[in-house]
Ligand binder design. Sequence first.
Ligand code: DC
Length: 280
Amino acid sequence: MESRCYSQVFNLTLNNFDNNNVNRIAPSSRKRNLSLQKRIKSNTMPDKIIIAIDGYSSCGKSTVAKDLARKLGYAYIDSGAMYRSVTLFALRNNWIVDGKPDREKIINGLGQISITFRFNKETGQNTTFLNGENVEERIRGLDVSNNVSPVSAIKEVRQAMVKLQRQIGKKKGIVMDGRDIGTVVFPHAELKIFMTASPEIRAKRRYDELVAKGQQVSMEEIIANINERDYIDQNRQESPLRQAEDAIVLDNSNFTLEGQLEWALKRALEIINRKNEGRN
Ligand code: DC
């Protein structure tokens, strides 16, 4: 049965979020390897930090974020999945017509939306549920991608998401990726990474990802979608995508997956160790 392999991580019901339901188990903490423990200089439980990863669409934020969370035994939260879930709900209710979201209907409908992240023990990944339905694959489709930017530009949608994201981050030990995590959601995050990669590389990665999932797409569609999302994300009035002043830039155009993880892990451990040294 599908439910057997899931354990609840976060239950984000938009109209009645209950912080006590937040299960702080860091899913992979038990698997944290010995070499990492040697790199954390602490005799006691090390202090946890918040890691904010922002950047353009399709530049590999979620890959670094997931890998980093797994290594550190932190929870990974994909804030884009929340905006995608709201968009899917709006599409299904015909609240978006010809690419134009009906603001009022979406704002009034927020109370009907429950977004849940559950940890899938088999894949080792979080899975997104919308009102109890597994939408992890569905929210990655082009119809959602084509409509998510205007939906995420709605002030009230952002306010609701930011509120939930801050609740999740209350106890730290979290890696969250998005567009405004270091600037708006967690302006005091201990580590802020701003990711970028060349447009050709981003388009190719997105294309490969969708084709691998069996979706029929063209490179032209992907490039048009990436360009449009970049434009809206950077130019919207509400929390536009921008690099936080204290963020460090990771251009991963020429990094291997291992290389970018090591780069990020090194920075995270420097901060965690500095924090622990201050405490000891
Ligand atoms: O990370 P992603 O591509 O799955 O995000 C989907 C969309 O959601 C993206 O076009 C912009 C929006 N988004 C946002 O506005 N703020 C965030 N923190 C995360 C995503």
